[in-house]
Ligand binder design. Sequence first.
Ligand SMILES: C[S@@+](CC[C@H](N)C(=O)[O-])C[C@H]1O[C@@H](n2cnc3c(N)ncnc32)[C@H](O)[C@@H]1O
Length: 223
Amino acid sequence: MRDSFRFLRAIIRDRRTVGAIAPSGRHLAACVVRSLGTLEPGSIIVELGPGTGIFTRAICRRHPRCHVVAIEIDRYLANTLDRALPQARVIHGCATKIREHLQKLGLDPSRVAAVVSGLPLLVLPDNLPARILDEVTETLPEGARFVQFTYSRLAWRRFTPQRLRFLRAYLVVSNIPPASVLVFSKAQHAPPDAGRLRRIKKPRPRGRRLFGVIPRRSRNISS
Ligand SMILES: C[S@@+](CC[C@H](N)C(=O)[O-])C[C@H]1O[C@@H](n2cnc3c(N)ncnc32)[C@H](O)[C@@H]1O
């Protein structure tokens, strides 16, 4: 409940940077963390826009031997999470400066193994979303994952995630509101239709419904 108050406070301060009506639920957090796949101990997981830290806590639990760095633009949320979660390094700053923040912490950006984003990329102003996605792709090594959650999977057509390949999406119906988890991997070169989210491989059949998480068949959502 306290998290909801903190979130509300952030919404009142700046609705556009928060871009949600409530913190994400634990089923969405579990889906985001599972989407990261297997990561080497000692590698760095970067989270953008942790808010009250629902994903951050889940990441720290699942990957206790990785460095978790969370970058949050709202000073109050960043300071509160920093105090509450000593396992993570919480930075008050902007997602456009991932490498700079890591260097200030004495961490080598080349050890970043995955980036998770809770950012409301669909509502951030001007070219900020493009600059953030550029920074993500500059930071990630080839093949590493970028996991983004969204309330509007189709609206992702607006974006041009250069050098990111769309792998799959999961719909978490039990979240309020229902949300999708989009999983990308960093490609070596921009695919010919860079900017379009497209299916590049058939997802492994899972046939399970876990905690309201429905693995969706990836399909070309740009058509
Ligand atoms: C939709 S909330 C998500 C919070 C949390 N991940 C969750 O799912 O409950 C988006 C968060 O991104 C933060 N944010 C927005 N723009 C940012 C930026 N440029 N850099 C870092 N954080 C940002 C907001 O302050 C907010 O906490």
